[in-house]
Write a protein that binds this ligand. Structure first.
Ligand code: AHQ
Length: 240
């Protein structure tokens, strides 16, 4: 990409990264075909929880690097979506948030909250991928970090397919455990639309457009690496 792209061309180039997205990973393909064992599902829930619980940290890092108050006013909602909040002082009407919903997914597949909250159960490859994402958002300019979240352009379709498969093939899981994905189907498209408009508006040079595309590719590779680790499981010698 050598010349400045028009907004339409730039958006198309971002969307053309869809082929790198983890919906095509064999693990997700097997999930959607109903072929995962209970152990594999539990491994996925435990390790993906490490990703989920770090989302607010990476979004807080983006906020800390962003001098634009209007952007911060919008972006802060992502932290609330995951961490939840107590709407008023005595906690009535509190919003539980996505991390709580994922803990309930854990309980629905037979995992205790303590098991998900204990980072010692996270596979090294998952930890390194997630920590790389948080570090990327801490160290890169805020607009590049926001560009890396554009994987959510591809998320809703993947989550919709996944939800259909989970409800169809995994009857051993309490259906209320899937509430996280039901909520994401509404939040993710809004998040993606806002993030895309920000990137199109703020990447006005060839260099910035290139960095935004590279940030999206970095994140697709990160999600792929995370799932590679989950797919293989723990191959270390026992207890070492
Ligand atoms: O549940 C997901 C989520 O809350 C987020 C936040 C967003 C970001 O800011 O990077 N990305 C993301 C994603 C979530 N779920 C993944 C999935 O496949 O369930 C997809 C992932 C993403 O597409 O980045």
């Amino acid at each position: 990409m050598q010349e400045l792209l028009s907004p339409i061309e730039f958006e198309n180039l971002l969307r053309q990264q869809h082929h790198r997205y983890h919906h095509l990973h064999p693990f997700h393909q097997r999930m959607n075909a109903g072929e995962l064992t209970q152990e594999e599902v539990r491994r996925w829930v435990i390790n993906r929880f490490y990703y989920q619980r770090n989302i607010p940290l990476k979004d807080a890092a983006i906020l800390s690097n962003c001098s634009d108050r209007e952007v911060r006013r919008e972006w802060i909602q992502r932290i609330i979506d995951h961490d939840g909040r107590n709407i008023d002082r005595d906690g009535k009407g509190a919003e539980a948030g996505g991390i709580e919903a994922w803990l309930r997914l854990g309980e629905a597949v037979g995992l205790s909250r303590d098991r998900l909250l204990d980072d010692r159960n996270v596979l090294p490859g998952v930890r390194y991928a997630v920590d790389a994402y948080v570090n990327f958002c801490k160290t890169k300019p805020w607009i590049e970090a926001i560009a890396s979240s554009l994987t959510e352009l591809f998320g809703p379709d993947a989550i919709r397919d996944r939800l259909v498969a989970l409800e169809k093939y995994y009857s051993w899981i309490e259906p209320s455990g899937f509430d996280y994905f039901r909520v994401r189907l509404h939040q993710a498209p809004q998040d993606a639309r806002y993030a895309l408009n920000l990137v199109l508006k703020n990447c006005q040079t060839v260099e910035m457009q290139q960095k935004a595309v590279q940030a999206l590719i970095f994140k697709c590779d990160l999600l792929w690496s995370q799932l590679e680790a989950i797919d293989r499981g723990d191959t270390r010698p026992e207890g070492k």
